[in-house]
Design a protein around this ligand. Structure first.
Ligand SMILES: Nc1ncnc2c1ncn2[C@@H]1O[C@H](COP(=O)(O)OP(=O)(O)OP(=O)(O)O)[C@@H](O)[C@H]1O
Length: 260
């Protein structure tokens, strides 16, 4: 049995009077490629923020490698690194792509500029954007900016293994990308899981069928604050669970109510 890295037990979260998560139990195991799916506004990003320690639940417990986390990441650092790849790509407009991707290493590592440049180029190549290091964000398409911010999120100091998160959380990494660019990122996500020893598990929030197919092994379906269904990425195609069938077909008829 794989080692549980992060466990949410009875986790609830409300914003004002709106209960977004209602006593959720969810475990992320070592080696997991977990997909979190569900209609918009059902709390998928909130779960990622709670796992990352950026948000604190109103109720429930969180265990990281069996040890209870008390408070947020600012209160007590976790025993493992957890990285969150945000949904929105916030690049610095006044910096080049190379400076954006190398931003963290330029400020926080002892690596030479030359080494950082090589690492930046490697990451840009991984996301299919070689040779754009000297451009500025304004000169890129929205999809390119998204891939640059992805490259920035996965760069780490190779001389400092602690710098590389063991758990990566992806919030809609392929949203708005064309099918080929999506495939490139889905492959990178898998590659990071398999190649880098320290980066063995991830959870990914997605609405893209191709991302579920290519980058996910296990899935949970979230609706009305609860995990309504759990299964493998293959089972999502075959299950007769009415919510999954409705969600997969995009029908407005069924147990899921369209929200604004
Ligand atoms: N900081 C906050 N303050 C108030 N409400 C919030 C906050 N964060 C999230 N919410 C609300 O909580 C609900 C769940 O948001 P969340 O972003 O987790 O949903 P989601 O499932 O990731 O949605 P989507 O698929 O559209 O990205 C939404 O109704 C949202 O408006």
């Amino acid at each position: 049995m794989a080692e549980p890295l992060i466990e949410l037990k009875g986790v609830s979260k409300a914003f004002g009077s709106r209960v977004v998560l209602d006593r959720i139990d969810l475990t992320l195991y070592r080696g997991d490629a977990l997909g979190i799916i569900g209609p918009s506004g059902t709390g998928k990003s909130t779960i990622l923020r709670i796992i990352a320690g950026l948000d604190v639940p109103d109720e429930g417990e969180i265990f990281v490698q069996g040890r209870q986390r008390l408070g947020s990441i600012d209160d007590v650092p976790d025993s493992i690194g957890i990285g969150l790849v945000f949904q929105q790509s916030a690049l610095f407009d006044s910096l080049t792509v190379e400076e954006n991707v190398g931003f963290y290493l330029l400020r926080h590592s002892k690596l030479s500029r030359q080494r950082i440049r090589a690492l930046v180029n490697e990451k840009l190549e991984m996301v299919g954007l070689a040779d754009i290091g000297d451009r500025y964000p304004a000169q890129l398409s929205g999809g390119m900016r998204k891939r640059v911010s992805f490259a920035r999120a996965i760069i780490a100091d190779p001389d400092n293994p602690k710098d590389r998160p063991e758990v990566l959380l992806y919030d809609e990494p392929t949203a708005g990308l064309d099918p080929i660019a999506s495939t490139v990122l889905e492959d990178v996500i898998r590659q990071l899981q398999c190649v880098n020893v320290g980066c063995s598990s991830y959870a990914i929030v997605t609405h893209q069928e191709s991302t579920v197919r290519r980058a996910v092994d296990r899935l949970v379906f979230l609706y009305e604050g609860k995990i309504q269904w759990e299964g493998s990425a293959q089972e999502v195609q075959t299950t007769d669970h009415p919510m999954i069938r409705q969600f997969a077909s995009g029908s407005t008829e069924g147990p899921i109510h369209a929200t604004g």
